[in-house]
Design a protein around this ligand. Structure first.
Ligand code: NCD
Length: 310
């Protein structure tokens, strides 16, 4: 198996790798999970070092490692409080030390953009970026694109509405980078003025011939899209979202929006959701966000196999 080193940003992957390596390995990973696991990664060790809260990302990485017979040897989800980071240790020193303890991989979530790349420079073992502040969340984008392929049977030619906090939401940023690898994609960015997608993304999409438009109300585009990718306002980042409260109705997925959507479209969300998808949506078969989260386990099993192979 071809070995994968660091996973730092979504644009590092090429389309044939996605289609010929990641997707088949992910399907196989599901079968491994269904039969209760394997010993493929026995003897391999993983550190999960998180500076920010997480449920899905950390749990799915750790359970993925366990299902493949490997070990999680050190894990924190509040590094700022429960590690020497609290004493002022830098990420550079932290990663230098952790990697010298000879794990086979470090899964890192940091609260600052660019930290995963920085960590990779100081690490003697592969780093997997599990989210770096308002930067990227590449493994989320991989499970998102896998879910789109699985649910719709295609990626080329789709129209997608990305809704919510497009400014600080790292999952949207990484997904745009992945979509840039495909053909005839149309993106509708739906957000309040203050939470618009940043220029680096727009520039990348232009370079990759992905057409996009910006607007303010999901109801204007709901009938045209194959995917609604809803996101949470990143309130913990700062308070620029306060004004957003007034226009919230434009960005909520509820029965009214479902009624406008195509019968075979899907609703995705990286989760956690707060109130941007009404609970009434959950029972509609187009609500694919829980299936998407489950796919995260299989995608991460596939990734661990590729990083730790050989
Ligand atoms: C996302 C994240 O951490 O960026 N969560 C996740 O990993 N699925 C989305 C979010 O927190 O809003």
């Amino acid at each position: 198996m071809e070995k994968l080193n660091h996973i730092l940003e979504a644009q590092q992957f090429i389309r044939p790798w996605l289609e010929q390596k990641l997707f088949p390995l992910t399907k196989e990973a599901k079968k491994i999970a269904e039969r209760g696991g394997s010993t493929d990664l026995s003897g391999k060790r993983m550190v999960t070092f998180f500076y920010e809260p997480s449920t899905r990302t950390r749990a799915s990485f750790e359970i993925a490692m366990d299902l493949l017979g490997g070990k999680v040897v050190f894990s924190t989800e509040n590094a700022r409080q429960f590690s020497s980071v609290a004493k002022g240790e830098t990420i550079e020193d932290t990663i230098r030390i952790l990697s010298n303890y000879r794990p086979d991989v470090i899964v890192l979530r940091s609260d600052r953009e660019g930290m995963a790349k920085r960590a990779a420079e100081f690490s003697s073992v592969p780093i997997i970026n599990a989210g770096d502040g308002t930067g990227q969340h590449p493994t989320q984008a991989l499970l998102d694109i896998y879910t789109i392929q699985k649910e719709l049977g295609r990626i080329d030619g789709i129209s997608i509405a990305m809704v919510g906090d497009l400014n600080r939401g790292r999952t949207v940023r990484s997904l745009c980078y992945i979509l840039g690898k495909f053909l005839n994609i149309k993106i509708y960015f739906i957000s309040p003025e203050i939470l618009r997608v940043k220029d680096d993304i727009k520039e990348y999409l232009r370079e990759h011939n992905i057409s996009f438009a910006e607007s303010r109300d999901i109801r204007e585009v709901a009938q045209m899209v194959d995917v609604v990718y809803q996101t949470r306002v990143q309130k913990e980042r700062d308070d620029i979202a306060l004004n957003y409260e007034r226009t919230k109705g434009f960005y909520i997925i509820n029965q009214e929006v479902l009624d406008l959507m195509k019968k075979e479209a899907i609703v995705l969300h990286p989760l956690p959701r707060v109130e941007e998808i009404s609970p009434e949506v959950d029972k509609d078969k187009r609500a694919a966000y829980f299936r998407q989260a489950e796919n995260g386990l299989y995608v991460r099993m596939a990734l661990l196999k590729m990083v730790l192979a050989g």
